[in-house]
Design a protein around this ligand. Structure first.
Ligand code: ACO
Length: 320
């Protein structure tokens, strides 16, 4: 059904912010962050742009796939926001890699990459494309308040990319949206339209771009992982034990561990890089795919599983 993966690539910032450095910025410690989240370091964009990481990841994926950018039929970028709102990110990726196909952005929070796989699959089924590049790229340090210890410790910047071709390797897909702004929000500072002058009383101003109720998000995340993994396995008519590797969204090691125990999955089947890269939102899964590509043998079953803002989530079961 729908697609196979031809190539994968990733790129991380040069600068890695570790827990000791964060402890000098906010009232926290390496011990607290490590024990509550599993994160030790995360990449932060300094003099590079998100476009630089996106292009590096895309070119690695194209090289591995051994195809030229001008043979792509579509580029999908998943991001909360690129370097600019307009041009949107996918357009600049298209220009920078020398592609000539159409390109668009998708924002489904952390779940963007798995949702993009479904969109790509629909393009293939409708014969609208033969080759698609997905680039998931996130610049979370651009949104975070580095005075807020409850959020700034969690996220990192990064980009991951995959090249897809029409094929039969998507075994099942389960997506979840549960619209809710009460436990996780990412906002941007308000513009300066003079509401009062026109008789409107719009006073609220965003003081914090990233806000979450950590414990509520934690519970949503564990349920979402467990349910969507079970549903994807059931849809493909296979037992969870038959899956070779699980690539869960890297938000918190304790979330992943709680879901692993509930599902009875062996520890060595769970792939993770959160210790080094933190939560890179929608880039999390494709960054891992590229990092662990040498482990994957033809025919292996991989479960890509996500959750995040929206609220949203889902799982895709693929055959390598
Ligand atoms: N360092 C030290 N202490 C801290 C820190 C910190 N960085 N952050 C919070 N604390 C304190 C709190 O103030 C609180 O203190 P208090 O008891 O005196 O009030 C105490 O630690 C416990 O806080 P909790 O919020 O209960 O800590 P918890 O164990 O729940 O861990 C965490 C917080 C890590 C945020 C956890 O709830 C979590 O991971 N939730 C899910 C978050 C997530 O995955 N978000 C992203 C998903 S969506 C997406 O990817 C966009």
């Amino acid at each position: 059904m729908a697609f196979k993966i031809l190539g994968v690539g990733n790129a991380l910032p040069k600068f890695m912010l570790d827990n000791q450095m964060l402890s000098k910025m906010v009232d926290t410690s390496d011990d607290w962050i490590t024990s509550r989240t599993g994160i030790k370091t995360r990449g932060i964009l300094t003099d590079e742009k998100l476009l630089d990481l996106s292009v590096a990841a895309a070119n690695k994926a194209l090289n591995l796939a051994n195809i030229k950018a001008d043979s792509l039929d579509l580029i999908i970028c998943t991001t909360l926001m690129g370097d600019t709102i307009s041009p949107y990110h996918a357009a600049m990726v298209q220009k920078s890699i020398g592609a000539n196909c159409h390109a668009f952005d998708m924002n489904v929070g952390c779940s963007g990459f798995v949702y993009a796989l479904e969109v790509a699959s629909a393009y293939f089924k409708s014969n609208l494309a033969n080759r698609i590049l997905i680039v998931s790229a996130e610049h979370m340090s651009n949104f975070l308040d580095y005075n807020d210890r409850s959020t700034c410790i969690l996220f990192g910047d990064g980009a991951g990319a995959v090249v897809l071709e029409k094929g039969e390797n998507l075994l099942s897909m389960k997506l979840i949206t549960a619209g809710d702004d009460s436990i996780l929000r990412v906002t941007r500072h308000a513009g300066n339209f003079p509401y009062e002058k026109f008789g409107f009383n719009k006073k609220e101003k965003s003081t914090q771009n990233v806000w979450m109720d950590g414990q509520q998000v934690y519970m949503f995340a564990v349920n979402c992982l467990v349910n969507s993994i079970q549903d994807a396995a059931k849809q493909a008519n296979i037992n969870i034990n038959e899956i070779d590797y699980f690539l869960p969204h890297q938000a918190n090691m304790r979330i992943i561990e709680a879901a692993r125990i509930k599902l009875g999955i062996a520890k060595d089947k769970i792939l993770s890089n959160i210790e080094r890269v933190g939560n890179t939102t929608s880039a999390s899964i494709p960054i891992m795919l590229a990092e662990y590509v040498s482990k994957f043998k033809r025919g292996m079953k991989l479960l890509l599983s996500t959750f995040g803002g929206g609220m949203s989530g889902g799982s895709a079961l693929i055959k390598w």
